[in-house]
Design a binder for this molecule. Structure first.
Ligand SMILES: Nc1ncnc2c1ncn2[C@@H]1O[C@H](COP(=O)(O)OP(=O)(O)OP(=O)(O)O)[C@@H](O)[C@H]1O
Length: 295
C-alpha cells in the first residue's frame, strides 16, 4: 500500500503540473492568431528556461536560426536539454526569457493549438492502439483518404512492410502495436505525423536498440521528409543525423557547437568526442550512411 501511495503521489504531481501548465499557456491566447508557416525558419534567441520549481536552469542562453526547410539534428548526452528545447517550440512550456519564433512570428503570439497542428511530432515511444494500420496512421486526421495514408506511409518508409502484412492497411496491429517491431512502430508514427503534411516535423529517436536495417530505413525516411519541410531530429545515435544540414550539440543546457557533421568532426570538440565514442562502440556493426544507401 505504501508503494502504491508513493506511485500515485508521483503520478498526481505530474498530472497537476500539466493541468497548471495548460492554464498558464492558455492565458493570453484569447485573440491569438493561428500560426502560418511559410518557409519553416525557426529561430531561438537567447532562450533561458527552468522547469517550474526547479532550482537549476535547463536551458541557458540558447540561440540558433535555421534556414528554409532544413534537416536539423539535435545531439548531446542524456539530460543535456534536447527534448526540453523542442518542448518550447510546441509551447508545452514558455521560455523564461528570450524568444522562440517561426518565420519571424513569436510562438507566444500564436494560438497554441494551431502550433501543434502545424508541427508534427514523433515521440520516442509512439502510442499505437488496437486497430488497423490505416486507423492508426489516420487517427489524428480521420478525414484523410486511403491514398493520403498510403502516400504518407511510403514517405515514412512504412509502405513496404505494411504491404507484407496479412491484410495490408487493414491489418489489426494489436494492443500498442504489439505485432510490430520497434522500428516499424516508429515508421508508422512518422507516417501518422506527416499524413496532413505539416511544414515542421519533430522526431525524437527511440533510445532502445533497433537493428541496422531499421536504423538506415529511419535515416532514409527522415532525409526524404526533410525535402519539403523543416525536420528536427533529436538523435541518440549520431549516425541518424550525419547527413543533417545543421547539427545542434547540447551540453548541460547550453548549445555548445553547431554545424554539419564534417565541420564538427574537423572542429574536434564535444561532437567529435561523442562521434569517436559511438563509432568505436558501433564499428563492429557498421554505421549506416543513408546517402550511400540511396546511391
Ligand atoms: N518535467 C520536468 N520537470 C523537471 N525537470 C525536468 C522535466 N523534464 C526534464 N527535466 C530535467 O531537465 C533536464 C533536461 O532534460 P531533457 O529531457 O530535455 O534532456 P534530454 O537531453 O532530452 O535527455 P535524454 O537524451 O535522456 O532524453 C534533465 O536534467 C531532466 O531531469
Amino acid at each position: 500500500m505504501i508503494n502504491k501511495y508513493e506511485s500515485a503521489r508521483a503520478s498526481s504531481k505530474r498530472v497537476v503540473e500539466i493541468l497548471r501548465n495548460t492554464d498558464r499557456l492558455e492565458e493570453g491566447d484569447g485573440d491569438a492568431e493561428a500560426l502560418t508557416v511559410t518557409r519553416g525558419r525557426v529561430k531561438y534567441d537567447e532562450v533561458c528556461f527552468s522547469y517550474p520549481g526547479a532550482e537549476d536552469r535547463t536551458l541557458e542562453d540558447v540561440s540558433f536560426a535555421t534556414d528554409d526547410g532544413e534537416f536539423v539534428g539535435i545531439v548531446g548526452s542524456t539530460g543535456a536539454g534536447k527534448s526540453t528545447l523542442m518542448k518550447l517550440l510546441f509551447r508545452f512550456y514558455d521560455a523564461d526569457s528570450g524568444t522562440v519564433s517561426i518565420d519571424g512570428t513569436d510562438v507566444t503570439d500564436v494560438d497554441a493549438a494551431s502550433l501543434r497542428d502545424r508541427i508534427g511530432y514523433v515521440s520516442q515511444d509512439p502510442f499505437l492502439f488496437h486497430g488497423t494500420v490505416r486507423e492508426n496512421v489516420a487517427y489524428a486526421t480521420p478525414s484523410v483518404s486511403h491514398e493520403e495514408v498510403v502516400t504518407a506511409a511510403k514517405r515514412a518508409g512504412a509502405h513496404e512492410f505494411v504491404q507484407q502484412l496479412d491484410d495490408g492497411y487493414d491489418t489489426q496491429i494489436g494492443e500498442r502495436g504489439a505485432t510490430l517491431s520497434g522500428g516499424q512502430r516508429q515508421r508508422l508514427a512518422i507516417a501518422r505525423a506527416i499524413v496532413d503534411d505539416p511544414p515542421i516535423l519533430v522526431f525524437d529517436e527511440a533510445t532502445s536498440h533497433v537493428d541496422n536495417e531499421t536504423e538506415v530505413e529511419i535515416q532514409r525516411s527522415l532525409l526524404s521528409m526533410s525535402e519539403d519541410r523543416t525536420v528536427f531530429a533529436i538523435a541518440h545515435r549520431l549516425s541518424t543525423v550525419r547527413s543533417a544540414d545543421r547539427i545542434l550539440v547540447m551540453d548541460d543546457g547550453r548549445l555548445v557547437e553547431e554545424g554539419t557533421h564534417e565541420r564538427l568532426v574537423e572542429r574536434d570538440g564535444t561532437y567529435a568526442k561523442l562521434w569517436r565514442i559511438q563509432t568505436g562502440e558501433i564499428a563492429a556493426t557498421r554505421m549506416g550512411d543513408p546517402r550511400e544507401v540511396n546511391r
